[in-house]
Ligand binder design. Structure first.
Ligand SMILES: Cc1ncc(C[n+]2csc(CCOP(=O)(O)OP(=O)(O)O)c2C)c(N)n1
Length: 551
């Protein structure tokens, strides 16, 4: 530690210890009342939470979603009760509410979701919080150019997830010195010890190798935590990792550091004596002042975005929909400076590069780490700070399915574009061919799926996606295809257009029809039912003949 660290006064340190013990008590009581939850995972993190929330972070406790506030991401989402307890200590949640944890009519869910204004991204599927925190830190540093900082708490067991290391790589590559990752190294996972147990030196070496400014501390010593967080605030050009050695179930006699206590509330007949023991260590009721944030976040507009001009394509002209996507993004970027684009080293295939050429300062290269790219997009879009579009081959989004699923639980507004859809990429072979993607995205609650059939409808899809809440998926194709629509054509979500259809004999009882817009089920005037997966559709009804019809 540098000698200039302004050591807090002893009474402040004691107050931080006391807050930590109150966080333990709240977590134990709440999980006991709900009969489920993870009190031991909360207890290991109590001092970390106390120091982060009541010493390091700057925020308005009455306005948890304020854009100038520092952000906190609880990546180990199962420790939600300690997060709720911190907001109760900060005065935002009323203490009795904590006892409604996990009840059907209470927003204090078992794992945090943005139903709560102090939660930016849902967590609970481990390994995803740091990627989102990277997106928030990138947005703070490069788009908002504001002084808010981002804190992320991870479990040690959680750090076995590869996506954690994708995020660590991203954080140092982009020099996110406004980002702090805190590893709660309590030795234990769910069913056994985490692989590195308490070997904090290996964590340190790994984080340093990933380019992070790294400190190892005793995670139950508030002074050490204050020191490491102060050091982090002084760092330029590197994110900070704090490896905090802790004990799971800290403070609970007979449970601390013991196996088989993960995800178990304390037995009801033992709770009073456990709480008495912890209360016995509390010396003060001192309320610590919370530092206010610097209000330097710019005013922005992320609603009602319009294209500056109609599509410039001519009917019959051959344009790949993937290229139309890139052209549309570049155009959209001209009208709104909060449009940002991410891609996973495929920008010359997805044509996201056309946006990069037009607006290089708003393009984020995420390299070949699709899970992290989705999480970074979620972080960028949190608090509606940006309108984020992220692209790769549609096939590769399938490996980020869980991140996309969590994005829906996060109520996120992000736009994903998958190129090289379907068999039309032919010679590249099946590894590059997106076949399952459309089914995958259609399982995501609230997701809008666009499968445009030409350049004009692609441009409209981009603009509609930018204005549509929830996750949007735009599916583009590699080959050049003829433009079908005029500049004036209007498009709406949920409305299919039948530009023309040609029924060709396929089998006696089925035909093939081409439709311009993705639609599940279409009842044509002549009462044929069409089931469509993208542009090619099968007619299910038996048809006596095979009409051709232009509409
Ligand atoms: C991706 C994923 N896999 C598995 C789980 C189930 N799970 C919940 S908590 C946990 C153990 C987490 O251990 P650690 O990260 O060390 O956190 P601790 O509770 O020890 O603080 C597991 C396996 C999960 N929530 N997410």
């Amino acid at each position: 530690m540098a000698s200039t660290f302004p050591k807090p006064e002893e009474k402040t340190l004691q107050a931080l210890r006391d807050v930590a013990n109150r966080l333990r008590i709240h977590s134990i009581r709440a999980t006991c009342a709900s009969g489920s939850g993870h009190p031991t995972s909360c207890c290991s993190a109590a001092e970390i939470m106390s120091v982060v929330f009541f010493h390091a972070m700057r925020y308005r406790s009455a306005e948890p979603g304020h854009p100038s506030n520092d952000r906190f991401v609880l990546s180990k989402g199962h420790a939600a009760p300690v997060l709720y307890a911190a907001w109760a200590e900060a005065g935002y949640i009323k203490e009795p509410e904590l006892l409604k944890l996990r009840k059907i009519d209470c927003d204090l869910e078992g794992h945090p979701t943005p139903r709560l204004p102090f939660v930016d991204v849902a967590t609970g599927s481990l390994g995803q919080g740091l990627g989102a925190a990277c997106g928030m830190a990138y947005t703070g540093k490069y788009f908002d150019k504001a002084s808010y900082r981002v804190y992320c708490l991870l479990g040690d067991g959680e750090s076995s997830e590869g996506s954690v290391w994708e995020a660590l790589q991203f954080g140092s590559h982009y020099q996110l010195d406004n980002l702090v990752a805190i590893f709660d190294v309590n030795r234990l996972g769910q069913s056994e010890a985490a692989p590195l147990r308490h070997d904090t030196d290996i964590y340190r070496k790994r984080c340093e190798a990933f380019g992070w400014n790294t400190y190892v501390v005793d995670g139950h010593e508030v002074e050490e935590l204050c020191g490491a967080l102060w050091q982090a605030s002084q760092q330029k050009g590197k994110p900070t990792a704090i490896i905090a050695k802790t004990f799971k179930g800290r403070g609970i006699p007979g449970v601390e550091d013991a196996d088989n206590w993960h995800g178990k509330p304390m037995p009801k007949d033992k709770v009073d004596s456990i709480i008495n023991t912890i209360e016995g260590q509390i010396q003060t009721n001192k309320v610590l002042p919370i530092q206010s944030p610097t209000q330097d976040v710019p005013q922005i507009n992320t609603g009602s975005i319009k294209m500056p001009s109609p599509p410039a394509f001519k009917i019959g002209e051959k344009v790949a929909t993937r290229k139309a996507y890139g052209l549309a993004l570049a155009k959209l970027g001209n009208t709104n400076t909060r449009v940002v684009v991410l891609d996973g080293d495929t920008k010359n295939s997805t044509f996201a590069e056309l946006f990069k050429q037009a607006h290089p300062e708003r393009y984020i290269e995420c390299y070949i780490a699709e899970q992290n790219m989705v999480s970074v997009a979620l972080g960028c879009a949190a608090r509606n700070r940006t309108i984020a579009f992220a692209s790769t081959f549609a096939a590769f989004f399938t490996r980020a399915f869980d991140h996309i699923r969590m994005g829906a639980i996060s109520q996120a507004n992000i736009n994903l574009c998958g190129s090289h859809a379907g068999v039309s990429i032919g010679e590249d072979g099946p590894s590059q061919m997106a076949l399952e993607d459309i089914a995958m995205f259609r399982t995501i609650p609230g997701c809008t799926v666009f499968y445009p059939s030409d350049a004009v409808s692609t441009e409209h899809a981009v603009c509609l996606a930018a204005n549509t809440k929830g996750i949007c998926f735009i599916r583009t194709s590699r080959p050049e295809t003829p433009v079908l629509y005029s500049q004036e054509e209007k498009f709406e979500i949920g409305q299919a257009k039948v530009k023309s259809y040609h029924l060709f004999p396929y089998k006696k009882e089925a035909c093939v029809v081409r439709l311009p817009w993705s639609q599940n089920r279409l009842h044509l005037k002549n009462s044929l039912t069409v089931v469509c997966n993208g542009g090619k559709c099968a007619i299910l009804n038996k048809t006596p003949d095979y009409p051709r019809k232009e509409v």
